[in-house]
Design a protein around this ligand. Structure first.
Ligand SMILES: Cc1cc2nc3c(=O)[nH]c(=O)nc-3n(C[C@H](O)[C@H](O)[C@H](O)COP(=O)(O)OP(=O)(O)OC[C@H]3O[C@@H](n4cnc5c(N)ncnc54)[C@H](O)[C@@H]3O)c2cc1C
Length: 571
């Protein structure tokens, strides 16, 4: 359970700044090893990059091409650990298909060798092996795809990024960590023995003072800004923006992820089945704006859509099939070279022993456990703690986010819950969704559905979210705002059509008594989400209008050369 703590500890071994996947991993690792831990996030948990990813848990096959063998091996090992030990229901195997454009024996041999190496690095996990597909086999696997002479098929995995953060935080809390969202760092000074820290909770209007024997800066893209607050030299980072679009799951697209090429710059794009939609991304560009307002642009949406429409003529994709767009910023350690896939996603951990600050930079969602382990090793050394932690460190390697689930077995739990849920007339999709996302805790939501049958009905047709789930999250996961609930505790914001406000209002009315929101506050909460939605949708609407304009212009006889990127989209 993640709840606003009744009191904030006056003194801790480790203050973790940042409640994205990196900070959550550190809090989990440090708490299980027996350290006293406080984690704070200046906004909501997972409100940074960690809820705006491609949702993949992967080794990064393409980095083999650039000789980054160690990084790929680390990613593949962490993928397997998450799949098999740590979060077997939140992280699921996903097959990827990469179509090859031409018959080039040398490239084909290189690609198949890379796949064999990738399989070997993953020790043929679960017996899943990569293979090659000829033209006919590819056409059978993806009939809607344009024809390619051959393809490669291999396995990685997919997750719900924000829920992975929240599940990790829950484990940290169960191990004794205190965690707090919407608490910013107001002032911090080091007195030679510990940090004297003042934190400010903006919603509650309260300031907290505490002493921290060490600080871990895990603030992702904000790392250099946080370093300034701690008077630490900022790490040189590049901010690289990546944009995704969310599309209708068009009939004819199967269950595998397909890698296509951007028409604009030939970079690889991933088309991934995501819940009831398709997720397609990403574009990549340097970013310098406000880190809280990273948004897609209409031309990025057009680029992604036209690449998709070109690759899948059999899907007959139209601009109105684009439902949403979102963009996140990746903090990449500054390096020479072009802005392309070759830029390394490796992480670095810097320890300032004199001031007892650990700074984590770069990295991936996939490798959070490994990054946390390395960072906490440094904290333990820095604080000269006894080697408590040899054993717990070993245990952590396979410490499940839902221990009961792993021990009892997914099948058993599913069977038992499904039986209960069916008697509460809960539909099958909702049952699977609850087990996947909440493991053993799904029982708490089903119990609510028993008490109030109407709370078991899907909020939006075709999606598994219910009022019972929203209520459960409000009670157990420190939800401060409606936005927390619909953007991060669940991905409703990205998947459903919420623009008319009806669903948002139903949720607000249901949870208002728990949050003690009066009528004015309920309006403000809904209004805030609608404003955000309008801003996030403006790129999609801009693209759709541009495409409609092109269609009209072509209809009226204008030259297609006179109109920009949207022409491909309109055709
Ligand atoms: C477009 C895109 C797609 C990606 N796809 C994948 C993928 O598919 N798979 C994968 O493995 N990786 C992926 N990544 C990389 C991955 O998302 C990041 O490495 C990871 O999410 C970074 O997590 P973080 O916790 O370090 O940062 P964030 O998630 O950004 O968290 C930082 C947190 O710090 C908080 N904060 C800021 N300042 C302060 C302060 N002063 N005090 C307290 N808190 C503060 C913020 O509110 C935020 O919650 C992707 C990245 C991008 C940009």
């Amino acid at each position: 359970m993640i709840q606003a703590p009744a009191h904030i500890p006056r003194e801790v071994d480790c203050l973790v700044l940042g409640g994205g996947i990196t900070g959550a991993g550190v809090a989990r690792d440090a708490a299980i090893r027996g350290l006293s831990v406080l984690l704070v996030d200046s906004h909501d948990f997972a409100s940074g990059t960690s809820h705006l990813t491609s949702k993949l848990v992967h080794g990064g096959l393409r980095y083999l091409e650039y000789g980054q063998f160690r990084m790929v091996l680390e990613g593949v090992s962490e993928r397997n650990r998450l799949l098999n030990l740590i979060a077997p229901n939140l992280v699921r195997p996903l097959k990827f298909i990469i179509p090859l454009e031409e018959h080039d024996l040398k490239r084909w041999l290189l690609a198949t060798s890379a796949l064999q190496l990738y399989d070997l690095m993953g020790l043929y996990d679960g017996g899943r092996r990569s293979r090659t597909l000829n033209e006919a086999a590819l056409a059978e696997a993806c009939p809607a795809l344009r024809s390619f002479p051959s393809a490669l098929a291999f396995w990685d995995a997919q997750t719900n990024d924000a829920r992975l953060v929240l599940a990790t935080l829950r484990t940290a809390v169960e191990a004794g960590a205190t965690i707090l969202n919407y608490a910013g760092l107001q002032a911090a000074s080091f007195d030679g023995r510990a940090w004297n820290v003042h934190l400010y909770d903006e919603d509650a209007g309260v300031t907290f003072a505490l002493r921290a024997r060490s600080i871990v800066n895990a603030t992702g893209p904000w790392t250099p800004l946080t370093a300034e607050l701690l008077s630490e030299p900022p790490k040189p980072l590049m901010w690289v923006k990546g944009t995704h679009i969310v599309l209708d799951r068009l009939a004819g697209f199967g269950d595998d992820a397909i890698v296509i090429r951007s028409l604009r710059d030939r970079r690889p794009l991933w088309v991934v089945p995501w819940e009831s939609r398709l997720l397609l991304g990403t574009t990549e560009s340097l970013y310098e704006g406000n880190l809280r307002r990273v948004r897609a642009e209409a031309d990025e949406v057009a680029d992604l859509f036209s690449s998709f429409a070109d690759a899948f003529p059999g899907l007959h994709a139209r601009p109105h099939h684009v439902r949403m767009s979102f963009a996140g910023v990746r903090p990449i350690i500054q390096q020479e070279g072009a802005l392309d896939s070759a830029l390394s996603r490796h992480h670095e951990i810097d320890a300032d022993a004199a001031c007892r600050v650990i700074t984590i930079s770069g990295g991936k969602l996939t490798t959070f456990r490994r990054m946390a382990e390395q960072a906490v090793d440094q904290v333990v050394t820095m604080l000269a703690l006894p080697p408590i932690n040899r054993r717990t460190r070993q245990r952590l390697r396979g410490e499940a986010l839902w221990p009961g689930l792993v021990r009892g077995g997914r099948g058993d739990l599913h069977h038992q819950l499904a039986h209960e849920a069916r008697s509460a007339e809960v539909n099958e999709d909702t049952i699977s969704h609850l087990i996947r996302h909440y493991g053993v805790n799904a029982a708490g939501i089903v119990a609510r559905m028993f008490r109030d049958r109407s709370s078991a009905e899907p909020l939006v047709e075709g999606l598994p979210f219910t009022l019972a789930e929203m209520e459960y999250l409000c009670r157990t996961e420190s939800v401060r705002h409606l936005e927390d609930l619909v953007r991060r505790r669940t991905p409703l914001y990205f998947l459903a059509d919420l623009e008319d406000g009806r669903v948002l209002r139903r949720i607000v009315e249901h949870i208002a008594p728990l949050r003690v929101w009066d009528a004015g506050e309920r309006d403000r909460q809904v209004g805030r989400v609608l404003d955000d939605l309008a801003a996030d949708l403006s790129a999609v609407r801009g693209f759709q209008q541009q495409a409609a304009g092109v269609t009209r212009a072509i209809g009226a006889g204008a030259s297609a050369a006179a109109v920009p990127a949207a022409s491909a989209a309109a055709s």
